[in-house]
Design a protein around this ligand. Structure first.
Ligand code: ZN
Length: 244
């Protein structure tokens, strides 16, 4: 009776540890792999024989399949991804002739949202829009001094969406920060932002994914074609773009 080798089994490894679910003969690199060593282990077994395994040389991942490069921002589905890991260089800055020097389209969308909020009885204003590298540097330095490096708020220069001109921190009267989140206006924005192309970028309980604490005041413009997927959910941009 013929007893040949069975089909090979694949295990993909990140820094020597098996990547959950990566068991096919090819593996699609993600942003998670950036800067890590990836290898594949192939195991073959035959009836009555001990399985034989061979592990490939590991390779340090510098680019993901989405085109992400370490220390560089990247664009997925037409959306700029900027985070602590993916920073914009000064030359990437998307300056527009909008409010506070922000992107024009994002500013126009904000004005629309502001009008709709007013109709619903809420006044909302921008307390922070576009932020220059120099400002971000000063904020980062101050935050690190006060809070330490590993807290979930300080973004290094180029690592903030404010540097892109596509994010706004909102307030209602004197209600800023968490007080804004608790205000009727803040709740209205949380519910309705998606209609105007905005998303709450750092929802509650998602710090592990976004790298930032809950920020009920920080809204990021991504356009309505994408933001409609965020309606009534605590989805994060990372989850939406398949980066986690
Ligand atoms: Zn912000």
């Amino acid at each position: 009776m013929f007893s040949g080798w069975g089909s090979p089994a694949f295990t993909w490894l990140r820094d020597g540890k098996a990547i959950k679910g990566a068991v096919a003969n090819c593996y699609w690199l993600t942003a998670k792999d950036l800067g890590h060593k990836v290898a594949v282990r192939v195991t073959v077994s035959a009836h009555g024989e001990k399985p034989k395994a061979k592990t490939s040389k590991s390779v340090t991942v510098k680019t993901s399949n989405t085109g992400a490069k370490l220390t560089e921002p990247f664009i997925v589905k037409g959306i700029w991804v900027v985070s602590k890991q993916h920073r914009v260089k000064a030359s990437y800055i998307k300056m527009g002739k909008g409010l506070t020097g922000s992107d024009k389209e994002a500013s126009d969308a904000f004005k629309k949202m502001q009008k709709a909020a007013k109709k619903a009885g809420h006044s909302i204003y921008i307390s922070q829009g576009y932020r220059s590298f120099a400002t971000q540097k000063a904020i980062y330095k101050r935050n690190v001094r006060i809070l330490g490096k590993n807290q979930g708020m300080a973004a290094p220069p180029g690592g903030s969406e404010h540097n892109l001109g596509l994010a706004f921190d909102l307030r209602s009267g004197s209600a800023r920060s968490y007080a804004f989140g608790r205000s009727a206006a803040g709740k209205w924005v949380a519910r309705n932002a998606w209609k105007y192309g905005f998303i709450m970028r750092y929802p509650k309980g998602k710090t592990k994914i976004t790298g930032f604490n809950y920020e009920p005041w920080h809204f990021r413009y991504i356009g309505t074609a994408h933001s409609k997927a965020f309606k009534g959910s605590k989805l994060t941009l990372e989850e939406y773009l398949g980066l986690v």
